[in-house]
Design a protein around this ligand. Sequence first.
Ligand SMILES: NC(=O)c1ccc[n+]([C@@H]2O[C@H](COP(=O)([O-])OP(=O)(O)OC[C@H]3O[C@@H](n4cnc5c(N)ncnc54)[C@H](O)[C@@H]3O)[C@@H](O)[C@H]2O)c1
Ligand SMILES: O=P(O)(O)OC[C@@H](O)[C@@H](O)[C@H](O)[C@H](O)CO
Length: 473
Amino acid sequence: MESLNNSFRKLPQYPNKVIQFGEGNFLRAFIDWQIQQMNKQGLFKGGVQVVQPLPTGRVKELDAQDDLYTVLLEGILDGKKVQSHEIIESINGTVNPYTEYDKYMALAEDDNIEVIFSNTTEAGIAFDENDTLDKIKQGEKSSYPAKLTALLYHRFELGKKGFHIIPCELINHNGDALKKTILQYADLWNLGEDFVNWINNDNEFYSTLVDRIVPGYPRDRAKDLEAEWGYKDQNMVKTEPFLIFVIEGNKDIEKVLPLKEAGINLVVTDDMQPYRNRKVSILNGPHTTMSPIGRLAGLETVGQVMADRDFYRFIDDEMHKEIIPVVPLPKDELESYAKGIQERFENPYVKHQLSALALNSISKYRARLLPNYKRYYEKYGKLPKRMTLALAAYLWIYNGKSEFDINDTADIVAGFEKIKGTDDYIHAALSNPDFWGKDLTKIPGLEDLVTKYYNEIGNKGTRQIVQEINAEE
Ligand SMILES: NC(=O)c1ccc[n+]([C@@H]2O[C@H](COP(=O)([O-])OP(=O)(O)OC[C@H]3O[C@@H](n4cnc5c(N)ncnc54)[C@H](O)[C@@H]3O)[C@@H](O)[C@H]2O)c1
Ligand SMILES: O=P(O)(O)OC[C@@H](O)[C@@H](O)[C@H](O)[C@H](O)CO
């Protein structure tokens, strides 16, 4: 069987219009998939040059297939089953900036290129004072913003127009963060006031919120899929059909990227914060609750939680009784988003591991549940039981009471090591502002309820507690 190659292309090879930092699963199933939808309808007529942000990566594998790969859409959308696949032809070529410096700089010289996308994970938008222009030229390791600054500086020196710069990293105000880091490099490297003015006036930075669950390479079924499709594809990527792309900034971006016209769920707004709050509260919040409670009851995936009568009810109640009433957004919008989330959690084609959700649990609890916990207490003068049980379950796991590994940042792990196994463990954990941003024992009744649930986890297990909470209201 032959691998994907140029003979599989059906669309014309369009000129480069986009630079994309990152060759990961998410961008290929999100940005490049959307560009394919525009190109198929003759709305964009542009291709992508993919820049590999780290010295090691997947651009060689992409090139081995002439940059073609398959996106597999599987899930339920608006109550209907979706199962389809498509060869994505959006990528024109790739650049490894560590070994192809001149080719990388040539991207700055291309007048057709208007847009820069990136997703370099939450760790990617970073400043390193040891980065220099010379190191980048020599192919030494440097941060993504350092490499981008080098590219922008070359473009500026050529007297060319700037770009629309649209980062997709899942950090709040990602556009502002990227711009700030570029300006830090401009200062560190003494690139001059004119360059700073060009960054500020000739380039448009956008903040975004991206949402699509992309499990990636379908390892368990890849061979069968290849046999069915009649070609080999080491870069296939599986995604759910749902997506939302929220861009904060100038509406003109809709003309540059006619995504709406292509039927894509794009929202251009002057304030993306409500969309972020909605997603973090209703999608990531219940993920953060179900992970410890479900795992302690022997469940392994989000799908299993949703298929389990006790746990489905518990998560449904958390969404509708503890979260939605306190998120400061219109209730009907939240309810309709929550309906979609349940469909997405129940996706029979996605096996989303509860253990994968557990990475960096403490900061996730703090960012995804605690704000609504506080709002709930302020609004009702009582404690949200389901979120409290999740907190007790995390304390149980972080005290080494389960067989689960702790995957958290070094400072959190060290903080728990100091108090693990002590008589005062629960109080010490809850009162440490390094974990939660504040002393949680100051919330009246919280310590008592966490202690009650913590002890019950040992005595009767999370399933029985879940059943009891379900029966209460
Ligand atoms: N997969 C999903 O369902 C999903 C959904 C929404 C958002 N996200 C987020 O998107 C990001 C990427 O996910 P993915 O599934 O594409 O992962 P992936 O492992 O397939 O790709 C990761 C990409 O990030 C780059 N990268 C990693 N660390 C970096 C660093 N320190 N500096 C610069 N670049 C770096 C890699 O080179 C690669 O291009 C993650 O942060 C994830 O939280 C993922
Ligand atoms: O990727 P994480 O570990 O930050 O969070 C786990 C999930 O909540 C997350 O991946 C969602 O599935 C994703 O944010 C959907 O867009």
